[in-house]
Design a protein around this ligand. Structure first.
Ligand code: ATP
Length: 259
């Protein structure tokens, strides 16, 4: 058996929600060093809510979020990357009027003060199309290019753990392929990642192990080395269908914040 991995991101019994709606119920999960972990779930399962609690945009009602032993639970969003966790939100949150260069430059200023693992040159090598778009305002880029800028910006924060909320959503197959290749490269270089996905085959391709979230609870875990058996057994489909298929209500603006 291989030695246990060093623990990086560690969520213990995290609960969160919006007003009277409790969405996450005692969610515990972890990501180890050089490990890629998936978080799967149907629409409305609470995946993005979990990401917003990790990024600091949504208050944790109970439980803890720790990284490398440091308690991040009550930190404001701008403090999270300084502790080594970079989050790519589904909305990407780029500054539309700023160029690609300016969006990336901001990350260099806001990231961790340490010897950088990624330079601008590195991220442009990962996403060559951004070189020709370097002086273009982000709002004029395609959705796929914006996703690339969002991932590149997160890498320039010099994270130990990269959290990606459904990076393939709404993108053309060719762009998804490019992004999958970059994530595979990062994985081979030992980047720790929490990959939120609805696409099971993409998660199986990219992750070492995975959790399934249904109605705000972890209902199933795919252990390391068991992806093939899990897919063949149909257990994942059962976990998905066992309560995960819930209609999604219209979303009013986020009310709770710890900014
Ligand atoms: P999807 O894959 O469709 O993005 P998800 O798994 O990311 O789904 P969430 O977006 O976290 O799910 O939503 C979980 C629940 O929280 C849903 O019932 C949703 O309606 C509710 N919800 C999400 N955002 C808000 C909000 N800003 N205010 C109120 N309720 C919300």
């Amino acid at each position: 058996m291989s030695a246990p991995r060093e623990l990086l991101l560690d969520l213990q019994k995290v609960s969160a929600g919006y007003g009277a709606l409790k969405v996450l119920h005692d969610v515990s999960l972890h990501v180890g060093k050089a490990e890629v972990v998936g978080l799967l779930g149907a629409n409305g399962a609470g995946k993005s809510t979990l990401v917003r609690t990790i990024s600091g945009h949504l208050r944790v009602r109970s439980g803890t979020i720790r990284h490398g032993g440091v308690d991040l639970t009550r930190l404001a969003p701008h403090r999270i990357p300084q502790h080594g966790v970079a989050v790519v939100l589904e909305a990407r949150n780029l500054f539309g009027d700023m160029t690609v260069a300016e969006n990336l430059g901001l990350a260099l200023r806001n990231g961790r003060q340490r010897v950088p693992r990624f330079s601008i040159k590195d991220v442009l090598n990962l996403f060559p199309v951004l070189t020709e778009k370097y002086g273009t305002p982000a709002k004029l880029l395609s959705g796929g290019q914006q996703q690339m800028v969002a991932i590149a910006r997160a890498l320039l924060l010099q994270p130990d753990v990269l959290v990606l909320d459904e990076p393939s959503t709404g993108l053309a197959p060719k762009i998804i392929k490019d992004i999958v290749e970059v994530l595979q490269q990062l994985r081979s270089e030992g980047m720790s990642m929490l990959l939120i996905e609805q696409n099971v085959s993409m998660a199986a391709q990219l992750t070492d192990r995975a959790y399934v979230l249904s109605l705000g609870r972890i209902v199933y875990e795919v252990a390391e080395g068991t992806w093939k058996n899990t897919l063949e057994s149909g257990a994942l489909a059962d976990a998905y269908l066992g309560g995960g298929m819930k209609s999604v209500e219209p979303r009013p603006p986020v009310k709770e914040s710890r900014q």
